[in-house]
Ligand binder design. Structure first.
Ligand SMILES: Cc1cc2nc3c(=O)[nH]c(=O)nc-3n(C[C@H](O)[C@H](O)[C@H](O)COP(=O)(O)O)c2cc1C
Ligand code: SF4
Length: 447
């Protein structure tokens, strides 16, 4: 193991960012040293797999599944000599998240190192890095990085960069695989990717941030990784802080850090807060008084029915209308569904319609009861978890904005409904809002 260039403090992933643009190969290697050589024997592979297991690195694409378990499943699947593939998931379909795009744009070599190491671990024949079609800045950073490292990567399987449609569902792993094979982003469920993935072969699908953490664990080890974080969730995590923060942007935080510390690191709240949306569009609202007590780790969040998901935190100011924000999100989620199953084809549009009618006061006090009935009809009934995310968002909005709901039932739209949305849904996704200096400051001050 190398002596850590990034100490047991933050920033770790973001240590290489600068105002100059993407971190070039030379600067990247100056910081972290060269990519460890390919694993030559089963013994070396087992040793690194054990290290990843000890690090307890969990996926950062939303579900927090342990990476080591996934790697072992890919290795155990199929024929011993079956070709295996790595798919790095940089689709980032949730428009409330910008951390993957930021990571790929600023630190392309860290992500590509992670792809190469994952490839070593499963003896991959090839790797694909999938990226959203609108992430032009990240695409050009990765293209340049791939050219820069062509010589250093000799002897390793090729990493191909492939763009996928800007759809919420594109990042769902089986929809992503279908896109990579030339199809539309539609989830499929014959068998999981570790058994039948790219080209029908055992495939590791991992989020790009997960792979960037892997690149550091392979260099510095599990003990170093665990020097940050809470006991059960070691390490750091990237979050996208939007809305009423003085410096919105992408921050690296220690797992288990208080949300209040992140907001302070982002210059504080720009206005008194009404609520926080935790975990992105498939996440949940939490009242500002409760938000002041939450810490950013999944175990603690799950006790409140919340999760970090893709790492988005949206600060809703008091003058905004949380119900109007939720109505736009529910409409977006209904429009973005693949429409293959009943809950998506019928349930999500019905929820979006009923929510808007409730907001306008057309359903009186019966609106929320009907919405809860509709949520129960779609829960766990889709072939993927997309409808469950919408139901979670809906229920949390009904709970947190109960006061506003009563007002809307009597009076219809409020002044906040007419205001500029706090979260811009596609196509107005604005990478300009990402404060690089904010990210550095946030990364520094959360320890
Ligand atoms: C509707 C839906 C959308 C998803 N979108 C993304 C995404 O944009 N990026 C991502 O990495 N994972 C996304 N996921 C999770 C992936 O299916 C998969 O679990 C993940 O890429 C695995 O990587 P990880 O283990 O590193 O988290 C999505 C899942 C669902 C159900
Ligand atoms: S639940 Fe929705 S998004 Fe998931 S597979 Fe079915 S139609 Fe597609």
């Amino acid at each position: 193991m190398r002596a850590p260039a990034t100490a047991a403090t933050l920033p770790r992933l973001l240590a290489g960012i600068s105002d100059e643009g993407p971190c070039a190969l030379e600067a990247h290697q100056r910081l972290h040293g060269p990519l460890p050589p390919p694993l030559r024997s089963k013994r070396e592979r087992t040793a690194l797999l054990d290290e990843v297991e000890r690090a307890r690195l969990c996926g950062r694409g939303g579900a927090y599944f342990p990476l080591a378990q996934k790697l072992r499943a890919v290795l155990a699947a199929g024929h011993v000599r079956a070709p295996r593939y790595v798919v790095a998931n940089g689709a980032e379909g949730d428009p409330s998240s910008a951390k993957d795009r930021t990571l790929m744009r600023l630190l392309p070599h860290l992500v590509l190192d992670g792809v190469a190491i994952a490839g070593d671990l499963i003896g991959a024949r090839g790797a694909v890095l999938a990226i959203g079609a609108d992430a032009h800045d990240a695409q050009s950073a990765l293209e340049r990085a791939l050219q820069e490292r062509a010589r250093a990567d000799e002897g390793r399987p090729r990493t191909e960069l492939v763009t996928v449609p800007n759809r919420y569902i594109s990042g769902q792993e089986t929809a992503l695989l279908r896109c990579l094979e030339g199809g539309a982003p539609l989830p499929r469920f014959a068998s999981p990717p570790h058994q039948r993935g790219l080209r029908g072969q055992p495939t590791l699908v991992s989020n790009v941030e997960t792979l960037a953490h892997l690149a550091l664990i392979a260099r510095y080890g599990a003990d170093w990784f665990a020097q940050l974080g809470s006991g059960h969730e070691p390490g750091s995590v990237l979050v996208t802080l939007w809305g009423a923060a003085c410096n919105p942007g992408v921050y690296e935080v220690e797992q288990g850090a208080p949300l209040g510390a992140l907001i302070d690191a982002a210059g504080g709240a720009a206005a008194p807060l009404r609520a926080v949306l935790c975990g992105g569009l498939a996440g949940g609202w939490v009242d500002s008084s409760e938000a002041a007590m939450i810490t950013l780790d999944n175990r603690a969040l799950s006790k409140r029915g919340l999760g970090l998901g893709a790492g988005t935190l949206l600060l809703l100011p008091e003058h905004a209308c949380g119900l109007a924000e939720t109505a736009r999100m529910l409409r977006f989620l209904a429009a973005e569904a693949a429409g293959q199953c009943g809950p998506c084809r019928h349930g999500l549009p019905a929820i979006a319609d009923c929510f808007e009618e409730t907001l306008r006061g057309h359903r009186g006090a019966r609106g929320s009861k009907r919405l809860l009935e509709l949520a129960a009809l779609i829960d766990r009934r889709g072939a993927c978890s997309h409808p469950d995310g919408s139901a979670r968002l809906l229920r949390s909005a009904l709970r947190v904005f109960a006061r506003e709901l009563e007002w809307h039932a009597r009076n219809g739209l409020c002044p906040g409904c007419e205001a500029e949305p706090i979260l811009q849904l596609r196509p107005a996704r604005a990478p300009r809002a990402l404060a690089i200096s904010g990210a550095r400051e946030g990364a520094r001050s959360l320890r």
